[in-house]
Design a protein around this ligand. Structure first.
Ligand code: ITT
Length: 193
C-alpha cells in the first residue's frame, strides 16, 4: 500500500525508501506532496515523530511514517539532541552544525567524544491508531569530518567497531547498522507480529 514519508529531509526520504520499498510499500514523501512542515513542539524524539506522522495523516488521509532523529553527544549532556536540525541554521548548513559540536567540545576540554544517533519512527493510520519505535547507534566523534555520503552529522560519526565515518560508508552498510535501521527492525517486528 501507499505510505507517506512525513519528512522534508531528502536524506531521510532516500533512506526510508531503501528501507520500506523492499517491504512492498509505495513511499511518497511530504516533499513530493508539498505538505506543510508542522512545528516540532514536543520535548522528545518520540513526541515529535508522532506529531509529524499525525499531521501527514490529517493532510493526506493515507497512512504515514515519520522520523524524528538526532545526534546526542555525551559530554554535551545529550545536545544537540532534538535540536540537531536547528543547529544547522537556516538555510541548513551541516558543516556549520558539526563545527558547533566541535567548538563546544573544545570549549569544555572534553576528553569523552562518545555520541549516539537516535531515531524515533512513528506510524499513524487514518483510523487513529499509532505506534512509535526507537533505535540508537553508539559511536565516537572525529574531527575533521570525513566523507561526503549520507547526510547531517554523518561525516563526524564513527560507529563503534568501525574505522570509517558514516559519511565515508557505503549507504547499504550504514543502513544495516544505523539508528534508523534499529528502529525499522522494531517496527517490522511489531507490524509482522
Ligand atoms: P523532518 O523533520 O522533515 O523529518 P529534519 O531534518 O528537520 O526533517 P529532524 O527534526 O528529525 O528532521 O532532525 C534530524 C537531524 O538529525 C537531521 O537534520 C540530521 O542533522 C540529524 N540526523 C538524523 N539522522 C541522521 C543520520 O542518519 N545521519 C546524520 N545525521 C542525522
Amino acid at each position: 500500500g501507499k505510505l507517506v514519508a512525513a519528512t522534508h529531509n531528502k536524506g531521510k526520504v532516500s533512506e526510508l525508501r531503501d528501507l520500506f520499498e523492499p517491504l512492498g510499500f509505495i513511499v511518497v514523501s511530504a516533499l513530493d506532496l508539498d505538505l506543510d512542515e508542522p512545528e516540532e513542539t514536543e520535548s522528545t524524539f518520540a513526541g515529535n515523530a508522532l506529531l509529524k506522522a499525525r499531521a501527514a495523516v490529517e493532510a493526506t488521509g493515507a497512512p504515514a511514517l515519520s522520523d524524528d532523529s538526532g545526534l546526542a553527544v555525551t559530554a554535551l549532556g545529550g545536545a544537540p539532541g532534538i535540536y540537531s536540525a536547528r543547529w544547522a541554521g537556516e538555510p541548513r548548513d551541516f558543516y556549520r552544525a558539526m563545527e558547533k559540536v566541535e567548538a563546544e567540545l573544545k570549549d569544555i576540554g572534553a576528553v569523552d567524544r562518545s555520541a549516539k544517533f537516535v531515531c524515533a519512527l512513528a506510524v499513524a493510520w487514518p483510523d487513529g491508531s499509532e505506534a512509535v519505535f526507537e533505535g540508537e547507534v553508539h559511536g565516537q566523534l572525529v574531527w575533521p569530518p570525513r566523507g561526503d555520503r549520507g547526510f547531517g552529522y554523518d561525516p563526524m560519526f564513527v560507529a563503534d567497531g568501525e574505522t570509517i565515518t558514516f559519511g565515508e560508508m557505503d549507504p547499504a552498510r550504514k543502513h544495516a547498522m544505523s539508528h534508523r535501521a534499529a528502529a525499522v527492525a522494531k517496527l517490522k517486528a511489531a507490524l509482522l507480529s
